[in-house]
Design a protein around this ligand. Sequence first.
Ligand code: FEO
Length: 395
Amino acid sequence: MRPIEIAKGIYEVGAVDWNVRDFHGYSTEKGSTYNAFLIVDEKIALIDTVKKEFVGELLRKVSKIVDPKKIDLVISNHTEMDHSGGLPAVMEAIGKDKPIYCSKMGLKDLSRHFAPGLNYCPVEDGEELSLGQRTVKFMETRMVHWPDSMFSYLVEDQILFSSDGFGQHYAGPERFDDEIGDAIMPFAKKYFANILWLYAPLIKNLIDKVVKMNLPIKMICPDHGIMWRQDPLKIVAAYQEWCRQEPGDQALVIYDTMWHSTEAMAEAIVAGLQAEGIRAEPMNARNTHRSDIITAAFDAKALIVGSPTLNNGLFPTLADVLTYLKGLKPKNRLGAAFGSYGWSGEAPKLVHDELVAMGCRMVEDPLKVLFVPDEAALEACFEYGRRIGQTMQQA
Ligand code: FEO
């Protein structure tokens, strides 16, 4: 509950949410943080706030440095409520007339979230704001993660406050990259896969633009998770790689099952893939959180999805995962569909259509088995897996 001085006169004053386990449908098994930053210069600036229930924690941290009333201005890099929910209470504490710098889209979004009467000051991409000895340069970063998103770059200190960009949902004893090392990367990848995957082409262009600007960067401070000070360009390089959306060599078999028939098909397909030397695993959509399936799908070259037919349709867990995955617009993936059925058997074709709709290149027709797969049906599943594996090797 104490502020962290991340550089001389610059403090992290946000909140640690140790207990959040569901972040709008994303499983946060290690909680999260809502980072906010106080810059003490001739003018005192607060970058972002926190979820509204954590405002007390933020203000207590600020009070250990300055009287909150002495804050001269707020910079809102992003309107989503995990960073702006605390804004009205913060403005009550510091003075409602103080300026809130935001992007032009931020003005629209903040105005739709909060009652009128706050002093929004929209800024242009590239505009600079002097705090006295320091300068903040604003950079529009649309869709990282909303249309309003922007980064704020502290010129003299070479610190990039990157809002959602380069973040991770992680609450732990470590607050910096040098304290946790590579153990943070799976959290960063899960964050990218679930929050930013569909914006990968835009993020690639944005990173290219920032790289061309040749800004020296000593530290990257996102609004979630650990701050990158030892090797800030490591996460930039990871984003460049992830934006290419080049999958690994493995296959992911996502399925659910009612009476173990689709499960038996999944396992026979996995065995067929493995017989071709493909790294493959079955992932039960009822036992695995959708956000972890997405992270596995992010690395997989082939998405092989099995659903039993329930009430002439998809099994609900598969409908959930496929809807979520389709929204993330995966690129460069192969697809195939399968499932057991009792009488009508629509689900494999429905899965197939969903995979087509999300852009997968389908490598097999849907594979169906009536009721319980016998030895011949399991052999057919094995061969189906083998054929997919052979196609993967050629793709
Ligand atoms: Fe962390 Fe898009 O909010």
